[in-house]
Structures are given as C-alpha cells and as structure tokens.
Design a binder for this molecule. Structure first.
Ligand SMILES: Nc1nc2c(c(=O)[nH]1)N[C@H]1C(S)=C(S)[C@@H](COP(=O)(O)O)O[C@H]1N2
Ligand SMILES: [Mo]
Length: 347
C-alpha cells in the first residue's frame, strides 16, 4: 500500500481509523464503568487504549495517516507518552506538525525544503525489509514487522539542529536503537554501525535528477558507543502518527546531539563494522562536514557561524534566533563519549 501525503488522503480513508479509535475508547470507557478507574489503569490492555490522549502531541485530526499495514495500528494504539523531564522531553515550544512535515531535507526527493513533501506521493514504505549485515551473530534480511514487533513504542520530544543553522522541537515515536542492536548480537569486532537509505529512482525524483550531488545510497554511521547511547532513537512515527515519507518512513534514525544530517531516513541496511564507514556529507565536503558532526557552537562551518540557530517556526513577529548549545543541550548525556578528543579536529 502507498504511504500518502496528508493532502492525498481523502476523508473516506481517514474515517476507518477514526472509527477504530473511537471503538477502543468505547471499550476503555466500558472497562472503567465495570471496574472503576483505579482498577482499569492497572490493566494494561485497557489503559493502553487511552495513550493517544496522554501523548504530548498528536497530529491534527485531519492529517492523521492510514496505517501502512494493519499491524501498525495496534502498535500505535500503545505508545508510552514522553516523560515530563529532560533528556527525553524538553519544555520548549513544539514546532508545529505542518512545519515538521513540510520543511524537510531529504535529497532523494529533491533539494528544496518543500520537495520531500511535494514529490513523495508515489513512495512506498510497505512492503519493507532491512538487511542486517557485518559483525553480528544474527545477520539476515528481516521484514519490517519482524524488526519492529518486539519493541514497545515510546514518545520522545527532542531538539533537532540542522547544520544549516535552523532547528525544530519534534515529538518522535519509536524505540532505542540500542534495543534493536542488541537483538542481532554484535561481535567484539563491531566498532561502528553504518546505515543506508533506500534507493528507488521510480518514486524518488531527486535520485533521477541530473543535478543530484549525492552518490546514492545516502549513508551515515555512528561509533558503537554512540549507537548504544540511550538518547539514540529509531523513529517510526512523529506527532503520535506514522512517519510521512518526507520524514523518513518507515523508520529513520534520530541522534539529537548531532547535526541533522546524521539522522538518516528510510533505512534499508544496518551494517556492523570494524572500521569507520564513509558517510554521505563527509564524502561530499570533508572540510565542511565531519564524521562526528556533534552540534558545537565553538566550531563554525567554513561558510557560516554555528553559535546561533533559527528556531522554527519563524514568523514576522518572532525571528526566534536562539543560542546553540554544545551537543545541542544534551552534554550531560553524551559529553563523556568524547573525553580527551579535540572536537575542533574531530568535528
Ligand atoms: N536519506 C536521507 N536522510 C536524511 C537526509 C537526506 O537528504 N537523505 N537529510 C538529513 C538532514 S540534512 C536533516 S536536517 C534531517 C531532517 O529531518 P526532517 O526532515 O525529518 O526534519 O534529515 C537527515 N536525513
Ligand atoms: Mo540538515
């Protein structure tokens, strides 16, 4: 089934999910009547039906997406809401759903910010499979359902800081990358993890374009200890809803203390390696984009400063330029990973 842009979804497709949610709410309400509210909340299957209401943020009702496949609906009815405290939550104003899904970098669909939402109408995130390769005990090609099934979904509200000096605050849905990695049992030789994005010229016009500057597939990588850090997140949703294509459906990385280009979208391969992988932006312009790419207000991009950022949305009345923080404000969680390293050299 196609994943569609919100504008392609007609009301008749949205209704069934609305009915479905209402039915769950009804079951939950009758449960409460029978058992009393206190008893109901101790019964997971009944309490979970209400998690949609307890999330920090939901997509606008008229923009919610049809599940890519039936089994997704159950997982998404059962999302653990973000806590009220850092680091998995920030009290900063959320960037609205409309901006998160219409101001994107996803060069496979084109280089302008509006291209990914405009040009992804025929993109397919189902069926999907992910190849697990390299230094692991359990390599193989896994279908998406097998990849996702064991993981409980949770909401996390993270800052996203693009190397272009704009930023957003986004409520993601997903699970810790560490929990996924452990299942495949990396060997002692696994020092780095490499990720690859799907290459589908048929549905990705940026790949067909003769102006494309990227050598496909888009690739990214992390050191193993970065990949295993509890902040590192595999997102399958945003604003309580399935990821739209432009945000990297069906699953994409989110590494909140690094520049946005590390947060690779639409992942089809995860490769465990002994050596540092090549990465897309580092390959293109090594002087400008490093492998580490930690958000760092003290190390400027050769062509622009990095000590402030434009927080989206920007309006005529609020320019919203704020100071950029070391590690994007996640230093307490990750600074120790780089102890003794010269971060001006390893940018
Ligand atoms: N495959 C792929 N992943 C990608 C990109 C891309 O062009 N292709 N752009 C990156 C950049 S530069 C940023 S800032 C983030 C943007 O994520 P968002 O559009 O969900 O906010 O995605 C990253 N992941
Ligand atoms: Mo970016």
């Amino acid at each position: 089934m196609l994943i569609k842009k919100p504008s392609d979804i007609n009301p008749s497709e949205i209704t069934p999910e609305g009915v479905y949610r209402n039915r769950r709410q009804f079951i939950s309400d009758s449960g409460k009547l029978l058992l009393g509210a206190a008893a109901a909340s101790s019964l997971p299957s009944i309490a979970n039906a209400q998690t949609g209401d307890r999330l920090k943020a939901r997509a606008p009702a008229n923009m919610r997406r049809t599940p890519p496949a039936a089994w997704w609906a159950d997982k998404f009815a059962d999302i653990k809401p973000a806590p009220d405290s850092e680091p998995f939550y920030t009290g900063e104003t959320l960037t609205p759903y409309e901006d998160v899904t219409r101001y994107n970098n996803f060069y496979e669909f084109g280089m302008d910010k509006g291209d990914p939402s405009s040009n992804s109408g025929s993109y397919k995130a189902d069926p999907w499979s992910v190849e697990i390769a390299g230094e692991v005990a359990k390599p193989g090609v896994y279908n998406l359902e097998d990849i996702l099934k064991p993981h409980d979904l949770e909401e996390r509200v993270y800052r996203l800081r693009c190397v272009e000096a704009w930023s957003m605050v986004i409520p993601w849905v997903g699970f810790s990358l560490a929990d996924l990695i452990k299942r495949f049992e990396p060997t002692s030789k696994a020092k780095f993890v490499e990720f690859e994005t799907i290459v589908d010229p048929e549905t990705m016009p940026g790949i067909r374009s003769r102006f494309a500057i990227v050598r496909w597939p888009y690739r990214e990588g992390l050191r193993m200890d970065e990949a295993m850090n509890p902040l590192t997140f595999m997102a399958v949703g945003v604003y309580g809803d399935y990821l739209p294509p432009q945000n990297g459906a069906p699953m994409r990385l989110v590494v909140p203390w690094k520049y946005g280009f590390k947060s690779i979208k639409a992942i089809v391969k995860i490769n465990f390696r002994e050596t540092m992988p090549n990465t897309t932006w580092n390959d293109l312009q090594a002087q400008e984009y490093g492998f580490y790419a930690n958000v760092n207000p003290a190390v400027h991009h050769p062509r622009w400063r990095q000590d402030t950022e434009r927080r989206l949305p920007q309006t005529l009345f609020s320019r919203s330029r704020i100071e950029t923080r070391p590690f994007n404000g996640y230093g307490d969680q990750v600074a120790s990973l780089y102890k003794g390293m010269d971060l001006a050299r390893f940018y």
